[in-house]
Design a binder for this molecule. Structure first.
Ligand code: PEP
Ligand code: MG
Length: 590
C-alpha cells in the first residue's frame, strides 16, 4: 500500500482501477533540407528547444528532490538532463543541422537514433535500460520543436481512474464522462484548465503528485480523495473500509442539504445568488440538482478544443441555443453568460493558436478575436441567433483597455445590421459585459464600465497577472494568493465601481467556490458567485450558517487588515472568523 499526497484539485471521492496514460506515442516528424543561409536560424531553434527542455527538467528535479526522502525520483530526470547535455550527442545533432542543413526535428531523431542503436547492441543491462531515457529526451525535444500534443487515443472500455503525467484540456474534454471515475496527475495545479474541467465534469481530481505515473501499475486499485488531495494505491482492507465510511458520510451530508431551500440561502433568509460554470461538451445534467440559478460562465472555447478546427456557425448556434433553452428551467431570472472565444495561454487550438514566447501575455482571447474578425463575427452571429431562444448575456475575455470594448462594439453593430438585413430574430438588447481579469482593466474599471452592462471577475487570471505567478505552476503556488492585499485592493475597487454604477458584478474564477474566499467576495458586494456545479452544495452549506449581518462583519474584518498584513495572515484571520461563526467548519469541508 502506498499513499501519495498532491493538490486537492476537484472535490469528491472515487475508487477504481488505474488506467495508465503515459502518452508515449510516436511524434510524426518529416525531414527536409534547410535553404542555404537559413541554417543559423534553424540552429537557434534547436538551441531554444534544448534550453526549454533543460529548464523543464531542472524544475522537475527541484520539485522532486524536495518531495522525496531519498531523491531517487529526481535522479531519473537528472539522467535525462545529462543525456540532453551530452557533448557527443549535441555535436552529432548540431552537425546535422549546421553542416547537412537538415531540419532540427529530423536531426534530433537521427542523432538520438544512432545512440539508441548503439545502446541496444550492448550486452550491458544498464545501457539497454538507458534506451527508455533516450526515448524520453527525444520526445521532450520533439514536443518542444513541433508543439505536438497527443492525439486522443485513450480508449476506455470500463470505468477507471486515469493516471497521467498531465492532460491537455482537449484530451480531458473528449473523455467519456461515464468511464472516468477520477484523475491523478504528476503535474498541474488547482486552477489549471484540466483542474477546472474535472470540476465542471464533477470528476474528483488530485494533481501535483510528482511521480505517480512511475509508481502505479495499470489495473491497480486506487482510492482517490479529491477533498484531501491524496491517493492510496493498493490499499489494505482496513483502508478500504475507512474509505467506504468516508463515502457514506459524504452522501449523508449531501442528503441533509436537501431541505427545499434554494442554494445560496442565508440563515436569515437572504440570498447570495449561485450560478454554474460550464464547459460545452460536458452534459449540463446536474446543474439544477446542485442548485445553480443560472450559468455564469459558458466557456465557449471548448467547442474549438473538442475538435481540430473552428466549429461552423450552425454548430455553434445549436450549442448556444441548447444552453439558452436549458437555463430557462433553472430559475425565473436565469440567464447564460456566454464568454466569447478565450483561447491562448494554455488553451491551444491547432491551426489557430501559434507558438508564442509568452502565450499568457500574447495574442489571446479578445485580442485574438479582434485580430481575426471573421472568427469573431461568426461567433457573434451564432450567439445572437441563439438569444432568440432564451436569456443570453455575452462577455469578452481578457479585456485590458477601453479600445478593445469600442472595437468589439463596432463588430457587434455590424453583425446586428447583417442579421436585421437577413430578417433573423435575436435579442436586440443582449447585455454585453467584460471579464475583469487583467489588472489594467481592474484599475480602469470605471472607464470600461461605460461599455458594459455587467462585470464578471475572473480571479484565476486576475490573481495570476497581479502576482505575476503562473496559475498552473506549482513552483510559484505560494505566490498565488487570493487574499494578497494587492488582490483585495483590486477586488474592492472593481466591486465598489460596479455597485456605485449599479452594474451587476459576479465572480466566475475558482476562488468563488472557496468557502473562505468566495464568501468574502459575496460580503464585499458581488451579486453572483459562479462556480463548478460540484462545489455549489459546499458553498450552500456554508452560507446557510451565516446572516447578512455576519457578512458585513466579515467584510469589515478583511478590509481592516488590508494595510500591513500578508496574504496568508489575512487568510488565517478570515478562517478564524469563519470558525467562530461555524464551529464545525472543518467537518463541513471534508
Ligand atoms: C478566470 O480567469 O478566472 C476565468 C474564469 O477564466 P479562465 O479560468 O477560463 O481563464
Ligand atoms: Mg481567465
Amino acid at each position: 500500500m502506498l499513499t501519495l499526497a498532491g493538490l486537492a484539485t476537484a472535490r469528491g471521492l472515487a475508487s477504481g482501477p488505474v488506467y495508465l496514460y503515459r502518452g508515449d506515442e510516436e511524434i510524426p516528424v518529416s525531414e527536409y533540407v534547410i535553404p542555404v543561409g537559413r541554417e543559423g536560424d534553424e540552429f537557434m531553434r534547436l538551441k531554444k528547444a534544448r534550453a526549454d527542455v533543460g529548464r523543464d527538467l531542472e524544475t522537475l528535479i527541484g520539485v522532486l528532490s524536495e518531495r522525496s526522502q531519498d531523491g531517487q525520483d529526481a535522479k531519473v530526470f537528472e539522467g535525462h538532463l545529462m543525456i540532453l547535455e551530452d557533448p557527443i550527442l549535441k555535436k552529432e545533432v548540431d552537425k546535422l543541422v549546421v553542416e547537412n542543413r537538415i531540419n532540427a526535428e529530423a536531426a534530433v531523431k537521427k542523432g538520438i537514433d544512432k545512440f539508441r542503436k548503439q545502446f541496444q547492441r550492448m550486452n550491458d543491462e544498464y545501457f539497454r535500460e538507458r534506451v527508455r531515457d533516450l526515448d524520453d529526451v527525444e520526445r521532450r525535444l520533439l514536443r518542444a520543436l513541433t508543439g505536438f500534443t497527443r492525439s486522443n487515443h485513450l480508449e476506455l472500455s470500463s470505468p477507471c481512474i486515469i493516471v497521467a503525467d498531465d492532460l491537455t484540456p482537449s484530451e480531458t474534454v473528449q473523455l467519456p464522462r461515464d468511464k472516468v471515475l477520477g484523475f491523478a496527475t504528476n503535474g498541474g495545479s488547482t486552477t489549471s484548465h484540466v483542474a477546472l474541467l474535472a470540476r465542471a465534469m464533477g470528476i474528483p481530481c488530485v494533481t501535483g503528485l510528482g511521480f505517480v505515473t512511475q509508481k502505479v501499475k495499470p489495473g491497480a486499485l486506487v482510492l482517490l480523495d479529491g477533498n484531501a488531495g491524496t491517493i492510496t494505491v493498493n490499499p489494505d482492507e482496513r483502508t478500504i473500509a475507512d474509505f467506504a465510511e468516508l463515502v457514506r458520510k459524504q452522501h449523508e451530508s449531501e442528503a441533509a442539504l436537501n431541505d427545499g431551500k434554494p442554494a445560496g440561502t442565508l440563515k436569515d433568509g437572504g440570498e447570495v445568488k449561485i450560478f454554474a460554470n460550464v464547459h460545452p461538451g460536458v452534459p449540463f445534467g446536474a446543474l439544477k440538482d446542485m442548485g445553480a440559478r443560472g450559468i455564469g460562465l459558458y466557456r465557449s472555447e471548448y467547442l474549438w478544443l473538442n475538435g481540430e478546427k473552428e466549429p461552423d456557425e450552425e454548430t455553434q448556434f445549436e450549442a448556444y441555443k441548447a444552453a439558452a433553452e436549458y437555463v430557462r428551467n433553472l430559475s425565473p431570472d436565469a440567464h447564460v453568460t456566454i464568454r466569447a472565444l478565450d483561447i491562448g495561454g494554455d488553451k491551444t487550438v491547432r491551426g489557430i493558436t501559434v507558438k508564442e514566447n509568452n502565450p499568457f501575455l500574447g495574442n489571446r482571447s479578445i485580442r485574438y478575436l479582434l485580430s481575426d474578425k471573421d472568427v469573431f463575427r461568426r461567433q457573434l452571429r451564432a450567439i445572437l441567433r441563439a438569444s432568440a431562444f432564451g436569456k443570453i448575456e455575452i462577455m469578452y475575455p481578457m479585456v485590458s483597455c477601453v479600445e478593445e470594448m469600442q472595437e468589439a462594439a463596432v463588430v457587434m453593430e455590424e453583425v446586428k445590421r447583417e442579421l436585421d438585413a437577413e430578417g433573423i430574430r435575436y435579442d436586440r438588447n443582449v447585455p454585453v459585459g467584460a471579464m475583469i481579469e487583467v489588472p489594467a482593466a481592474a484599475i480602469n474599471a470605471r472607464a470600461i464600465a461605460k461599455y458594459c452592462k455587467f462585470f464578471s471577475i475572473g480571479t484565476n487570471d486576475l490573481i495570476q497577472y497581479t502576482m505575476a505567478a503562473d496559475r498552473s505552476n506549482d513552483e510559484v503556488a505560494h505566490l498565488y494568493q487570493p487574499t494578497h492585499p494587492a488582490v483585495l485592493t483590486l477586488m474592492r475597487h472593481i466591486i465598489r465601481v460596479a455597485n456605485e454604477l449599479k452594474l451587476p458584478v459576479s465572480v466566475c474564477g475558482e476562488s468563488a467556490s472557496d468557502p473562505i474566499v468566495g464568501v468574502l467576495w459575496a460580503s464585499m458586494g458581488t451579486d453572483v458567485l459562479s462556480m463548478s456545479a460540484t462545489y455549489i452544495p459546499l458553498m450552500s452549506k456554508i452560507l446557510r450558517r451565516l446572516t447578512r449581518r455576519d457578512l458585513d462583519e466579515y467584510k469589515e474584518l478583511a478590509m481592516s487588515m488590508q494595510n500591513g498584513e500578508t496574504g496568508s495572515e489575512i487568510l488565517e484571520a478570515c478562517r478564524k472568523w469563519m470558525e467562530s461563526k461555524i464551529p464545525d467548519l472543518e467537518a463541513l469541508l471534508i
